[in-house]
Design a protein around this ligand. Structure first.
Ligand code: UGY
Ligand code: MN
Length: 262
């Protein structure tokens, strides 16, 4: 078969089209298609490929990675590092143990762990599991530290903040609760729905395309993005998304919130 007639995995270039990528890293944003994010291996993560999407080395103030956990792999992570964590399962099942209580989590399950939480995340199943893992230093605000949360996407209400047809938020963490210094939201767009304005804000974002595809304006540049892509948006990066195609689009979005500037 001629290489150009071979089936192409979505997001991949046809064989022979070497040296081309949709990936870009700029001062205040980055677009990373999954196939180009290289593998790391960490001491306390057994049988796990860690694909770092965001890290302080990029300019981000959080770290995010796609964790590909083989059967019988995972972590009993270190504590006492002052980091809060968020996990979102994109391919399960996995077993999350929080302070001695075990929670089986399947695709679209998620968890928030405040700093100093004792936990383990293991793949006890027969297939590879995939988990988006985010960590960052918790910023205290003179309020009680939040409790751990373990839940699933289907338990979260879809809200429409602006009364705009076809555009919804799922707030995976309690919205407006000042104990939290971060939000994790799923934003969904029916074909044709988009935000009215290009937004520019002090907060940064880590974004994973969960469904569909679309065009993202980042700073002055338009980028085509698909399911599986990662985007980092630094503070004050002008941004706008509109979906393309006939199916809904959705992305998981990290945002630092609820804290004053220093
Ligand atoms: O909440 C947000 O900042 C969101 N509207 N940003 C985004 O989707 N890029
Ligand atoms: Mn935004």
């Amino acid at each position: 078969m001629h290489p150009r007639s071979m089936p192409v995995k979505p997001g991949r270039l046809p064989p022979g089209a070497y040296g081309h990528t949709r990936g870009v890293v700029k001062r205040n944003y980055a677009v990373m298609p999954p196939e180009g994010i290289m593998d790391s291996y960490l001491p306390r993560w057994e049988k796990t490929i860690v694909r770092f999407q965001a890290a302080p080395q990029l300019g981000a103030r959080f770290a995010q990675a796609l964790l590909e956990i083989a059967p019988d792999g995972g972590t009993c992570e270190a504590f006492g590092d002052g980091l809060e964590r968020f996990f979102y399962i994109t391919g399960g099942p996995v077993m999350l143990t929080v302070e001695g209580t075990a929670f089986p989590l399947d695709r679209e399950g998620f968890a928030y762990l405040p700093p100093e939480t004792r936990f383990s995340l293991r793949n006890d199943g027969p297939q590879e599991a995939a988990v988006i893992g985010l960590k960052r230093p918790y910023e205290p605000a003179g309020l009680p530290v939040p409790e751990p949360i373990v839940s699933r996407r289907s338990a979260v209400e879809k809200v429409n903040h602006n009364g705009t047809e076809g555009r919804t938020w799922e707030h995976l963490l309690p919205h407006g609760d000042m104990r939290f210094d971060m939000e994790m939201n799923i934003l969904s767009f029916a074909p044709g729905a988009h935000f009215p304005d290009v937004e520019t804000h002090i907060n940064e974002h880590g974004l994973v395309m969960l469904e569909g595809q679309g065009m993202y304006l980042l700073d002055q540049d338009w980028h085509e993005v698909w399911q599986g892509d990662f985007i980092w948006m630094g503070p004050y990066c002008p941004q706008l998304f509109y979906p393309t195609g006939w199916t809904p689009s959705a992305y998981l979005l990290y945002k630092d919130v609820n804290r004053d500037v220093r």
